[in-house]
Write a protein that binds this ligand. Structure first.
Ligand code: GDP
Ligand code: CA
Length: 329
């Protein structure tokens, strides 16, 4: 089976660990990661979602924080703060820094982000889950999410990371823009993987800043729509709340209702110009199923909380079962 997952960081990578428990090493899993969170900081190119997937599957993630490295130390960050450096709010751990240094060096020497990612992953491989996926950026072109907001009475545009980390999403969201997206091209191999897929999965990743930008890379949404494979998604919203994360504020700021159906409507039913064939909602959102089905999206209500590895594996099993039901009419 060839499976393509369009992933953000935390929600996407947790889901993928369950998917890998549920699939066999013969299955081909391609993870297309969002790169619109990426930023230049202190001269380094940082790719938060690619790194979260790489560290999670490579067994290098700090499980408590859900991002960054295990056994991390923060000497460089403290030194930057001591110099009064402007961007010292960004969480650059000492171990993590090595990843960004190596990546930036390779990018500067002209290597594309796909190959850079492949080489970074090679370090982790060796028997970890990362061995079993092909991890690719959505695009090699720089795309960055910027948020229009108001801070101290002034209307400003800030990078998504500044909004998320420095302001903890506690400032108003007037608009979300993916700078560079119109000119971006899908990374090499991404369209081929979508075209050859048997199943395409939208994991429970942030719909506005993770899955949205991937779909918005010119060519990717059209490839999903053209694919014969079922496209199934898992709601990141449970019972009217974006669990663990701050997607609430983003949805609210954009005037989108905080519900599983509203997120599904954002991606749209394939039958009505969107991408979704199926959508999983939480058992607490059972009332959404009829509405989704009347909007031509096959829906099921099941437990969506990834509480532990077993519930996460079960979620992947349910996702593949929905895809199979769709494939067989
Ligand atoms: P990020 O890039 O690190 O923000 O991670 P993602 O975009 O991949 O995922 C963030 C989303 O995961 C959030 O919007 C949450 O709503 C969702 N999420 C986190 N934990 C769970 C869970 O246990 N179940 C479900 N269904 N969604 C979750
Ligand atoms: Ca992200």
């Amino acid at each position: 089976m060839r499976i393509v997952v369009l992933s953000g960081g935390f929600g996407g990578s947790r889901f993928i660990t369950g998917l890998l428990d549920e699939t066999s090493p013969d299955d081909e899993v391609t993870v297309v990661a969002n790169t619109a969170d990426d930023l230049w900081i202190f001269g380094l190119r940082v790719c938060p979602d690619l790194d979260t997937v790489m560290y999670t599957l490579g067994d290098g993630i700090d499980c408590h924080r859900g991002w960054g490295r295990t056994d991390e130390t923060w000497n460089a960050k403290e030194e930057l703060a001591a110099y009064g450096a402007d961007d010292s709010w960004f969480g650059l751990g000492d171990r993590d820094l090595a990843t960004h240094l190596v990546r930036t060096e390779m990018l500067r020497s002209g290597t594309g982000l796909t190959e850079v990612t492949r080489r970074l992953c090679r370090r982790w491989g060796r028997g970890t889950l990362l061995d079993r996926v092909h991890l690719a950026p959505m695009s090699e072109n720089e795309v960055e999410t910027w948020i229009s907001t108001t801070i101290d009475g002034r209307d400003v545009d800030i990078h998504f990371q500044e909004f998320w980390i420095k302001h903890r999403a506690a400032v108003p969201v007037h608009a979300v823009r993916q700078r560079g997206i119109e000119a971006a091209e899908p990374a090499p191999g991404v369209l081929d993987a979508i075209e050859a897929a048997d199943v395409i999965i939208l994991p429970p990743s942030n719909p506005i800043v993770s899955v949205g930008p991937i779909l918005d890379v010119p060519g990717i949404r059209a490839a999903l729509r053209a694919s014969p494979a079922p496209v199934v998604g898992v709601s990141p919203v449970i019972n009217g709340r974006a669990v663990r994360g701050m997607a609430d504020q983003l949805l609210a700021g954009l005037g989108i209702e905080n519900s599983s159906t509203a997120v599904a409507a954002l991606h749209g039913a394939r039958a009505n110009g969107g991408v979704l064939d199926g959508w999983l909602v939480d058992e607490s959102d059972t009332h959404c199923v009829a509405e989704l089905e009347s909007a031509a999206i096959r829906a099921r209500a099941i437990p969506l909380w990834m509480r532990d590895q077993e519930t996460t594996r079960q979620l992947a099993e349910d996702t593949l079962a929905l895809a199979e039901a769709i494939a067989h009419g």
